[in-house]
Each structure stands twice: as C-alpha cells, then as structure tokens.
Design a protein around this ligand. Structure first.
Ligand code: PMV
Length: 351
C-alpha cells in the first residue's frame, strides 16, 4: 500500500549488541564491513525519532535529548538524509528530533538505534516505501551496526553485505543481556576513527580479520541450537580478539577500564562454578552479560556486588525498528522496563 508522504515521519528502534563483532571496514568502501557479525536486538535500549521536512529550513537540524547538536553527528544525519532526498527528488531540509532512554555514545550502541530509527522515520516522511532490507542498507551506510537494528531478535551482517539479514526472531531464545554501566560519558575514541586507526597500526589486525569468521560461525551455531556454552565461548573470544586488536594499535585504543577487567574475571569464575553467564564489550568499557532467563537473578547479583557498576539495565531480545503512528505516540512517554523515554516534544524548538 502506498501512503501519501506527509513530510513527517516517526519511528522507534532498539539498540543491538554484537555477539560476534565487526571491527574494520571493507576495502570495497561504502561503509561495508570487513568481517561478518551477529547481534541481538535489545528491547530496553530504545531511540525514538521524528523527522520533518520543512520549506522554511535552510539547513538540516538535529536535536538529541533536547539539545541542538552540530558537528560530526549533524553531518552524519545530513548525509543519511541526502541519500533519501536523492531517492525522493526532495529538496527540503529536515528537522530531526531524537531521544534515547540510555546514555548516548558510551558504547551502548546509540548510533545503531539512532540510524535504524532515522531510516524508518525518513522513509515514512518521504513515502519512499523501501523494503526492510533497503532500510537496513541505508542505516548500515551511516553506522554499520545500525543495519542490524532494523530486525528483531538475532540478525547477521555478513562481510561486504549491503544489508543485514534477520536470523531468528525475539521469541527464539529466552536469554537476557544485562548491561553493566561502568561509565556513561561520551567515549574518547569514536568507533569509525578507532577502527581505521586499528587497521592501519595494529600488527594483530590481520589475525583478527582471519579469525573473526570462525567466531561468527560458532556464535551462529550456538544461537541456532540455543547452545549457551558454545555461544558464550565464541562470543567472549570474539570480544577479546577485537579488544586485543585495538590494544595493540599505536597509540592504543583502550576502551576497557579496571572494572571491565574485574568483571571479565568475575564472569569467568562464576561460569567455572556452574553459573551460565558470558561477557561481551563493544567500543566502550561497559560489560554486557548474557545469561539464560533462569540465571538472571544470580547474574544480576554478581554484577550488583561490584562497586564500579553504576547501573544494570536488563535487556531481552527486542523487536525490529518500526514506524510510530500519530503524534501522540511520541508524546506519551513509553514505559520501557520500568524506565521512561522521558520528555519528547516533537517538532519543538531546541532550548
Ligand atoms: O556501527 P559502528 O560502525 O559504529 O561500529 C560498531 C562496532 C562494534 O559495536 C564495536 C561491534 C559491532 O559489531 O557492533
């Protein structure tokens, strides 16, 4: 069904966490990835975005969490909008208003939910009627991991693939991902710059590229079979390989903090003692712990005990990105696992 484009679109998307990581761009350019990755979409980490194309604007505007945002974040949004403008022969500039219910740019994959929500909202605003795969491709060009957030449950993004592919929906496996927030400020090194630097300077980068596909295959088998041990052993290997590559770049890209390393020890010790838990870290110090639903309470207690953990966010496999209908859907603060998306005033001026 084709709907008339109103010039305004709204969408919501969840962040995702890679169980098998990607780090490094393909030689083929276009923000394609050098290695395959597999992620789970996280229901409790959400972005809501509204896009309005407006004749009266002479430049794109970006408002994140009520703050007018400029510089590289705005440029990335404009590049994303430019691709849609080209598809729709659209000249107007746009106002993009976005809220996260979690800290931005702290290794919690805010760019993944942000660009997945932006792709769906822009598609709605301009009536471009792209398929989910084409929306994933648009999101992927802005932030490779965002391509995976179009889909609920578990999704993969193969090396050099234009778009991510859904593998298993959010009902496939009763697991939780506990996000132990260690630091919530912006990270020191943005992931794109970090991966270019790693590729250029780490003698281990090549080893990472060679080993990543086998961790990916093991994670995929583990998830398909709902085999917890296979999944977490491969997941932990993938994250250690990625961080080892970062650490051995010159100067190093060091995202891990003392608390991160402590928790790696704690999780390994707990697993050796019989608790089903496994860790993974993205481009930041926060530790995400995978556990079967039945081990949630013990896994939560393990993280809670550590004084360096500021907050624990309980996530489960979440839905894919979706369009939101009606202005009211943005104004009514969504209840997300007991937390609110907070104040969201669509179209309102920045303070
Ligand atoms: O989406 P990007 O290009 O910012 O890269 C994020 C990469 C990691 O989160 C570290 C790993 C992954 O596969 O999500």
């Amino acid at each position: 069904m084709t709907r008339k484009a109103s010039g305004t679109g709204r969408a919501e998307a969840c962040a995702n966490i890679a169980l098998a990581k990607y780090w490094g761009k393909s030689e083929r350019g276009d923000n394609l990835t050098a290695v395959p990755s597999l992620s789970v979409t996280l229901d409790a980490l959400r972005t809501r975005t509204e896009v309005t194309f407006d004749d009266s604007l002479d430049a794109d505007q970006l408002i994140v969490g009520g703050q007018q945002t400029t510089g590289r974040p705005l440029e990335r949004v404009s590049e994303h909008l430019d691709r849609f403008r080209a598809l729709a022969s659209e000249q107007r500039r746009a106002r993009v208003t976005s809220v996260n219910n979690f800290p931005t740019a702290a290794g919690l994959a805010s760019s993944a939910s942000a660009f997945a929500a932006l792709a769906v909202a822009t598609n709605a605003a301009l009536g471009t009627n792209l398929t989910p795969a084409a929306l994933s491709s648009q999101a992927r060009r802005s932030s490779a991991s965002a391509g995976r957030s179009l889909f609920g449950g578990f999704a993969e993004l193969l090396a050099d693939a234009d778009s991510a592919t859904p593998l298993f929906d959010e009902t496939h496996w009763d697991v939780v991902m506990l996000v132990a927030v260690i630091a919530s400020g912006p990270k020191d090194v943005a992931s794109t710059g970090g991966m270019i630097h790693t590729k250029e300077t780490s003698p281990f980068y090549r080893a990472w590229e060679v080993s990543a596909p086998s961790s990916f295959e093991r994670v995929k088998t583990g998830v398909r079979e709902r085999d917890f041990t296979t999944t977490v052993e491969a997941m932990e290997h993938s994250t250690r390989m990625m961080h080892a590559t970062m650490l051995t770049s010159e100067p190093p890209v060091l995202y891990l903090k003392g608390t991160t390393i402590d928790l790696m020890h704690e999780v390994a010790r707990a697993r050796a003692e019989g608790l089903s838990v496994g860790y993974t870290m993205d481009a930041g110090p926060n530790v995400k712990v995978l556990a079967p639903e039945g081990s949630m309470t013990d896994a939560h207690a393990l993280l809670e005990r550590h004084p360096g953990v500021q907050r624990i966010i309980v996530c489960r496999p979440g839905p894919g990105a979706s369009e939101l209908f009606g202005a009211g859907s943005l104004e009514s603060a969504a209840r997300l696992d007991g937390r609110s998306l907070g104040e969201f005033k669509p179209g309102g001026p920045a303070p």
